[in-house]
Design a protein around this ligand. Sequence first.
Ligand code: SAH
Length: 256
Amino acid sequence: MLDNLRVVLVRTKYPENIGMAARACANMGCSDLVLVDPLNLDLDKALPLATAHARHILESVRVTHGLAAALADAHVVFGTTARTGGWRKSLVPPVEAGRMAAAELVKGKRVALVFGSEDKGLENEEIQMCGQLVTIPTAREMSSLNLAQAVLVLLYECFRQSQPAGHAAHDQVAERHATHAEQEALMANIQETLSAIDFLKPQNPDYWLLPVRRFFAKLDLRRSEFNMLMGICRQVRWIAGKAGKNTPDKNRQGES
Ligand code: SAH
């Protein structure tokens, strides 16, 4: 999905950072890593941090002399900087860069993210080659992130915002919302339960339930939470029934 996204590391000093950046690339589905004049390309030091999963990225890494060669076939270039002011003005935050990059990638454009060296960052001439400059907001006292961590933040935004609408990555957060019908079933269940424990007054329980409805309307209920609340109601009615409260038998359970 991030096939047309390239990470460009300029004059990297520490091979460990190259390894960690390769790992970040693998995590976010980007496999195009380019090194511009690396100061130390010791793969034995980089590989352990890349882990086996990003080994292929390190093994196919391209090395160029000068930033221009790394960007020649890119359509859109984002530079990154911890420093602001001077040459580094009109900065955008990662969320905005991710949105712009995703919009370009979906059109089939090639997008490059450029990162500077650990000590000096990008030079002014290199900054000029970048159409957009991105800075990751930080605490005022410490604006400079570790290089590979900065790579991860940027890639994450590109990755996240390149997901097709409604498709959560890895299905980790893909659980669906409770439907209207389920919410109504829950309300009926809650009404019955709250009546069974005398929380709702028998005269006009619909009216007394209104604040509870309002409260639930504010929640973004997921399917599993709906199931959980239905289960809690069933159990409360069962206990209330045992305590001699007037509750229908049909929902009894809990004989464990
Ligand atoms: N002293 C350097 C810091 C370099 S840190 C400077 O002032 O730029 C190495 C690289 O990590 C930076 O060149 C940049 O590409 C990236 N980086 C570090 N912190 C960042 C931040 N807060 N926002 C954006 N990129 C950052």
